[in-house]
Design a protein around this ligand. Sequence first.
Ligand code: ATP
Ligand code: MG
Length: 137
Amino acid sequence: LERTFSIIKPDATERNLTGAVNAVIEAAGLRIVAQKRIRMTRQQAETFYAVHKERPFFGELVDFMISAPVVVQVLEGENAIAKYREVMGATNPANAAEGTIRKQFAKSVGENSVHGSDAAETAAVEIAQFFSGNEIV
Ligand code: ATP
Ligand code: MG
């Protein structure tokens, strides 16, 4: 079984959609093996999205990620990384497939409700940024 890192972003927690997002995750056969609601610090958000620091939307993205609590999660399942990317849908909800989380819930390309790791290496780094081994059960 593979693990991926997920964030339910501020636009979704603000609208009380944590359970609705989790229902889609679980219906897809992914198991939530760790989960906590946190207020991200600016430092945490900048580190998490460091790969995008030269992009024009970086400042806006960091401000958004710290604007309200988020729910950080570890999801486990067969091909969890690719499966969760599929369940999330395209980054821009306008391009997201029917039934995906972003199609159903995202407000815009920036406020797009969820994050999911894009590869095994990034999943491991992202999980380690927010969880210790004994929190994942
Ligand atoms: P994530 O990494 O959050 O799972 P993603 O992999 O689909 O999303 P990335 O290209 O990694 O997309 O972009 C990271 C995040 O930056 C997006 O989820 C979105 O919140 C924000 N973002 C991306 N492109 C734009 C844009 N053009 N304008 C505003 N925000 C953007
Ligand atoms: Mg990404």
